[in-house]
Design a protein around this ligand. Structure first.
Ligand SMILES: C[S@@+](CC[C@H](N)C(=O)[O-])C[C@H]1O[C@@H](n2cnc3c(N)ncnc32)[C@H](O)[C@@H]1O
Length: 228
């Protein structure tokens, strides 16, 4: 099944299961949005790559009233769920069905901030992730930022083991033992996280700064990179 098919099928349940599979999901997106380096009345252009059901934008528009967002997603069903949310009525947001690998904004538009939340770990290996990041970073204005919120792994094996144990406990606790175990096996097979060191190497090669960690909970991190 392609990623588009997977998310098209899951769209109706996404908001329900994401909080049961990402520990502190709500906290991470709230804190990351809160700590963005902008004043509350900033007029900036944002691109959200893999916007999904728009959960980050619920936070974003509750704080920053004058931002403009283009949200792209390969799954039209995920966009449909996002468009039905209450915040959309008062938000300057444009939903676009597109694949990150070949998205070209209209009129060669460039962005102050690119957000990529829980997308990159779906791509396999450094090469594919580099392609995704290269395409997105090329859409930043000079001085712009990339906010990467994603699943991460640790190079230290003892830390990685402890975090994995705690994550498995979370899955069992949030879903019940049987369903939690099903999730554990599925996610172990499908998720392809990298360490922050590897993500930093990739992004530095593409011209970005060292990341500032805005929020980190267990095996999920919100990292902010600057494009000089
Ligand atoms: C795990 S969801 C994350 C949604 C949202 N950003 C969040 O944090 O809740 C990943 C999203 O990326 C989208 N996606 C997957 N592959 C994509 C691609 N190649 N181009 C654009 N979006 C993609 C999926 O359809 C899905 O909506």
């Amino acid at each position: 099944m392609t990623l588009k098919e997977t998310f098209d099928n899951e769209s109706k349940f996404y908001d329900e299961f994401i909080v049961k599979t990402v520990p502190y999901y709500a906290t991470i997106i709230k804190e990351a949005s809160n700590l963005l380096p902008y004043k509350n009345d900033a007029e900036i252009d944002i691109l959200d790559v893999g916007i999904g059901t728009g959960n980050f934008e619920v936070e974003l528009f509750s704080r920053y009233k004058s931002v403009r967002v283009d949200g792209i997603d390969v799954s039209e069903n995920m966009l449909t769920v996002a468009k039905e949310k209450k915040f959309v009525k008062n938000a300057n947001i444009n939903f676009i069905a597109a694949d990150v690998l070949n998205f070209v904004p209209q009129n060669n538009k460039r962005y102050d901030l690119v957000v990529m939340s829980l997308l990159l770990h779906n791509f396999d290996g450094v090469e594919e992730k580099t392609r995704v990041l290269r395409n997105t970073i090329s859409l930043l204005k000079a001085g712009g930022f990339l906010l990467l919120i994603d699943l991460i792994k640790f190079s230290n094996i003892v830390i990685q083991t402890k975090v994995t144990e705690e994550y498995n406990q979370f899955l069992h606790h949030a879903n019940g033992v049987t369903e939690g175990e099903n999730w554990r096996q599925l996610l172990e097979k499908e998720d392809k996280p990298e360490t922050i060191e590897t993500l930093t190497e990739i992004t530095q090669q593409l011209g970005l700064s060292q990341p500032t960690i805005l929020c980190q909970k267990l095996n999920f991190s919100a990292m902010l990179f600057r494009f000089p």
